[in-house]
Write a protein that binds this ligand. Structure first.
Ligand SMILES: C[C@H](O)[C@H](O)[C@@H](O)C(=O)CO
Ligand SMILES: [Mn+2]
Length: 413
């Protein structure tokens, strides 16, 4: 069956084995925060703030680093291909001590680095500039209060240094992504002042030169958050300008734009002017609701653009969703596999033929081919990818998830 499918694709100029090689060499960065509803392990009550919200109370949430790692291992056993871990600073291994955000050190993340090495994972990192008393007034790096700004500058600087240690130890650059929640519920009187302060703080954070072989800096914009409906300091225009000017990577989060705006169309433009791209593949439903990613049109369009632009070598694919209303391991597995299926579909596109038709102005053939491609048996290739990677195919996924729920999650009262 698989060989017949290969021949079918070959007749349209598509090399299936090459597509599978690209799948193997394209890691997806698994966000740790799906496992515990963005709580972290700092010893507080884990209340989420700063415009972020998780809904649902599905039983079995990870309550410790050990449980989170156990759940991640289970999720990874359901994912074909190679992967990375995306860790927020608030998930450090603080050994029961209270370590404030401006005092984090590489030592607090050593056990995560060791675990990643053991699991064969690369690792990415994020300063956590939210859910903290110093973010309660709504501002961090752009705060009018110099003391607050200095606190978050120290946290972000430490995060970059930790990122560099991670990258050096694992032999794979760590993407350190800065997102801050700064914004206002109601109309501001001085947008410019906030943005000037954010720029100055970011400059201070990025002042120390770190090897790009160890650390890659990324910045992430947002349209609005809960409590920052009228004004977000780090808007898309702000960070696009900042990333162009400073040649950092730009993070595009699929949930951080107007509901009808697709990040797919931005990829080709942005990559003309920034060195690298970070994606937070997510699914906003009416707002930045961070629903589990699906095999949907929006995600297919993103992956299509990455492939069509030859952008995979310059793009870091991360995920950003957190749903506590369903089994959290299922959320990781469904969302990551959906992103991977979209990537596979894009890699199996008869790209050369589509391009040729377009160059010749033959838009009829282009449209025909696009529709034909949708009806090709790509799922047979997906099942083969799962089989080669020794992970469950689509029909076997539910059993693995339910078994772990019965044997492990149910015991977490
Ligand atoms: C945990 C957050 O979702 C994450 O840091 C950030 O990327 C974001 O998207 C905030 O809306
Ligand atoms: Mn994000």
């Amino acid at each position: 069956m698989f060989d017949q499918v290969k021949d079918k694709y070959a007749s349209l100029g598509v090399d299936v084995e090459k597509a599978l090689e690209a799948m193997t060499s394209t890691p997806i960065s698994l966000h740790c925060w799906q496992g515990d509803d963005v709580g972290g392990f700092e010893g507080g009550d884990g209340t989420l703030g700063s415009g972020l919200a998780v809904t649902g109370n599905y039983p079995g949430k990870a309550r410790s680093i050990d449980e989170l790692r156990q759940d991640l291992e289970q999720a990874l056993s359901l994912l074909p291909g190679s992967h990375r871990l995306n860790l927020h600073a608030m998930y450090g291994d603080f050994g029961g001590k209270s370590v404030d955000r401006d005092a984090i050190e590489p030592a607090h993340f050593q056990s995560w680095i060791d675990w990643c090495r053991q699991q064969g994972l690369g690792m990415d990192f994020n300063p956590s500039c939210f859910s903290h008393p110093n973010a309660d007034a709504g501002f961090t790096l752009s705060s009018p209060d110099q003391g607050i700004r200095d606190f978050w500058i120290a946290h972000c600087r430490a995060s970059r240094q930790i990122g560099a240690v991670i990258g050096e130890q694992l032999g794979s650059p760590c993407v350190t992504n800065i997102w801050v929640p700064d914004g206002m519920k109601d109309l501001p009187a001085d947008r410019l002042g906030f943005r000037q302060r954010l720029e100055a703080s970011l400059d201070a954070v990025l002042e120390e030169k770190l090897s790009p072989a160890h650390n890659i800096d990324a910045v992430e914009s947002k349209l609005f958050g809960i409590g920052s409906e009228s004004f977000v300091v780090g808007s898309h225009e702000f960070y696009m300008g900042y990333a162009f000017k400073n040649q950092t990577a730009l993070c595009l989060d699929a949930g951080h734009f107007h509901p009808t705006e697709s990040i797919a169309d931005k990829i080709s433009s942005v990559l003309m002017f920034v060195p690298e791209l970070l994606l937070h593949v997510s699914r906003g439903v009416r707002w930045d609701s961070d629903h589990v990613v699906l095999f949907d049109d929006a995600t297919q369009a993103i992956m299509q653009e990455l492939v069509r632009c030859d952008a995979l070598p310059r793009t870091h694919i991360g995920l950003d969703f957190f749903d506590a209303s369903i089994n959290r391991i299922a959320a990781w597995a469904i969302g990551t596999r959906a992103a991977q299926k979209c990537l596979l579909l894009a890699l199996l596109e008869p790209r050369e033929k589509l391009r040729q038709a377009e160059l010749e102005g033959d838009y009829t053939s282009r449209l025909l081919l696009l529709e034909t491609a949708k009806a090709l048996p790509w799922s047979v290739v997906w099942e083969e990818f799962c089989r080669r990677n020794n992970v469950p195919g689509e029909l076997a996924l539910a059993d693995s998830i339910r078994q772990y729920e019965r044997t492990v999650l149910a015991g977490r009262a």
